[in-house]
Design a protein. Structure first.
Length: 605
């Protein structure tokens, strides 16, 4: 409960920050409107009794009171609604931004590989509006409760037994809470189903995946699977709704019976002369409205109960982001001792075994290291560990003698650059898609162009309609580059930072032909020579060993462990896994002058 109050206070602060005057005015109107039912009932009793007594002034006053209640309910409701829409829209934006910042502020990506945590994030992303309404839901519940209390007091003025309607309102209240709990559980249980269904349908609508589905004809099968997931979700929620309707029906049946009993009591009092005709009208008006009042109160309480689950998700994210956010030493300006991996182990959440096991490696400063091995050997995982995107399950990584975990995560990641295997294709202007690789220099045209030149992307960018200001992506009326061009743009983005301590190139040219890749890396290695003085380490992952041989140090991974370490000549002389892989590729390229240029064929021999 304390966490709910804290979240409520936080949402109130966001609303006041968005617009203090509008927030206060909307709250005053909401509270004022809680008196509408009582004012309407009083004006009706006053009107009937004054008319019966021939009291003209009383009739005029009763009409004036009724007109005021009507104006407050009509015009006040419209004004209040517009104010709340304006406020909740602004607060929804603020809450959604906060959730995104908390999620993206976590220095590692471990939480993005845990299904239960992904489900929580999905619920939060879809519930920004519900959180924004939290203050008004709570205030609405208070106003509805106050309205019910006033109505009960007026009923008691006719006869004390009528106050029993308050107790008889408890069954629909309790039933409503059970109904809401059932619906909330169903929504939580269906979150993963919704996430899977959405991903499957997106595969059918995204250009990249849609092309493959069109060729293979797999779209119908994916659509069938997505529909199956949706149907499972619908059945689960429909069952929950049936349960909710059952509870609510029982509760309202009890309350309806109590209203009938109250009206019979007033009829009996009127026949004895113990209640006036105005009292009868008042009781009839209040009992009819009391049903709506309690329904509104139940709806607000139900929303608060739903927000209670969102509260758990929200504070989990706040706590997780806080626990993962740690300080530490700033990384060195230049590497002096290099990077050491000591008995490094890592296992993905829920995986049956370790992806990396007992990796020992020393990387001297200023070294270009190539990681090679079969698919699934652990190359990309090792890259992510060195970049600080995951924390080791065991062992440690030391940078210049200090454990990596003792460095400030954001500080270390600000000194890491490069391109990952699953790079992003930003549907943005070219200069933005490259410049985000180093945000402080996003608008530095010279830096962006230099990165494009280093990645070999400058020529095809220059041929685009607006050069570096060309919008990418046909979905927004822009240009759709080829896969190889997208990869060069991603590589340019990774080369924006001029002095990283660790430059990661995880299959950065997989979409390029072997000759283009070889030329690019030969030019790139010459550029790296200038950065050796700063001790920068370059980590290259590639399956093309003609390029790998340019590295100072080649690390062969097999089944999550280091199988061989050395330069090209040493590994070829050893005659192990690397030599076998190299000879296999050499045979594949033999006689193919169109694949590897004649000037470089001798490098494969």
């Amino acid at each position: 409960m304390n966490r709910q109050w804290r979240l409520l206070v936080h949402m109130i602060r966001l609303s006041l920050r968005a617009d203090r005057r509008t927030t206060v005015t909307a709250a005053a109107l909401l509270l004022a409107r809680s008196s509408i039912v009582a004012l309407t009932g009083l004006s009706q009793r006053w009107l009937v009794d004054s008319s019966a007594a021939g009291n003209r002034n009383g009739v005029v006053a009763a009409v004036a009171l009724g007109a005021f209640a009507f104006a407050l309910g009509g015009a006040g409701s419209r004004v209040q609604t517009n104010m709340l829409l304006y406020l909740t829209t602004r607060v929804t934006i603020a809450v959604t931004t906060e959730i995104q910042q908390l999620s993206s502020g976590v220095p590692t990506i471990t939480h993005l590989s845990r299904p239960e945590q992904l489900d929580r994030l999905e619920r939060l992303r879809r519930s920004g509006n519900a959180l924004a309404w939290l203050p008004w839901t709570a205030l609405g519940a208070v106003a509805a409760g106050a309205s019910v209390v006033v109505s009960v007091v007026l009923l008691a003025s006719v006869h004390p037994l009528l106050t029993a309607l308050t107790l008889l309102a408890l069954p629909p209240l309790l039933a409503g809470r059970r109904a809401t709990a059932a619906l909330s559980r169903a929504q939580d249980e269906c979150t993963e189903l919704h996430r899977q269904e959405q991903l499957l349908h997106e595969l059918c609508t995204r250009p990249g995946s849609a092309k493959e589905l069109f060729v293979t004809g797999g779209g119908a099968e994916l659509n069938r699977r997505a529909d199956e997931l949706w149907e499972r979700s619908v059945v689960r929620q429909r069952n929950a709704q049936a349960t909710a309707v059952g509870w609510q029906s029982v509760g309202w049946a009890v309350f309806t019976a109590s209203i009938v009993a109250a009206l019979l009591l007033v009829a009996e009092l009127s026949s004895r002369g113990q209640a006036s005709l105005g009292d009868a009208v008042l009781v009839f008006s209040l009992t009819v409205q009391l049903q709506s009042q309690i329904r509104f109160a139940l709806e607000d309480v139900g929303r608060l109960a739903e927000n209670g689950r969102l509260t758990d998700h929200y504070w989990w994210l706040r706590g997780y982001a806080r626990d993962q956010r740690r300080g530490g030493a700033q990384p060195p300006a230049a590497l002096a001792e290099g990077i050491v991996l000591d008995d490094l182990r890592f296992r993905y959440p829920g995986a049956p075994g370790d992806t990396l096991r007992g990796v020992d490696l020393r990387i001297p400063p200023g070294t270009t290291v190539a990681l090679v091995g079969d698919n699934g050997a652990g190359k990309s995982t090792l890259v992510k560990l060195l970049a600080g995107l995951h924390e080791p399950t065991g062992g440690e990584i030391r940078v210049d003698g200090r454990p990596l975990r003792e460095y400030d995560p954001r500080g270390w990641q600000s000194r890491v650059s490069g391109v990952m295997q699953d790079f992003t294709s930003f549907l943005l202007p070219v200069y933005v898609g490259i410049g985000v690789g180093d945000l402080p220099r996003l608008h530095d045209a010279a830096a962006v162009e230099r990165a494009a030149v280093d990645a070999g992307a400058d020529r095809f960018v220059a041929a685009m309609p607006q050069g570096f200001r060309t919008r990418l992506g046909r979905a927004f009326g822009g240009v759709d580059p080829s896969i190889g061009q997208w990869q060069r743009l991603a590589l340019a983005r990774g080369l924006m930072r001029r002095s990283p301590l660790l430059l990661v190139l995880d299959e950065p040219t997989a979409a390029l032909d072997p000759q283009a890749e070889f030329d690019l890396f030969r030019r790139f290695v010459r550029q790296v020579e200038a950065a050796r003085a700063g001790g920068s380490v370059t980590l290259l992952v590639s399956h093309r060993l003609t390029t790998v041989r340019l590295a100072d140090l080649i690390v062969v991974l097999h089944d999550g462990a280091v199988a061989e370490v050395g330069d090209h000549r040493e590994l070829m002389a050893a005659g192990g896994r690397y030599a076998a892989m190299f000879q296999l590729q050499k045979k594949a390229f033999a006689g193919k002058s169109d694949v590897i240029g004649n000037g470089d064929r001798e490098r494969v021999e």
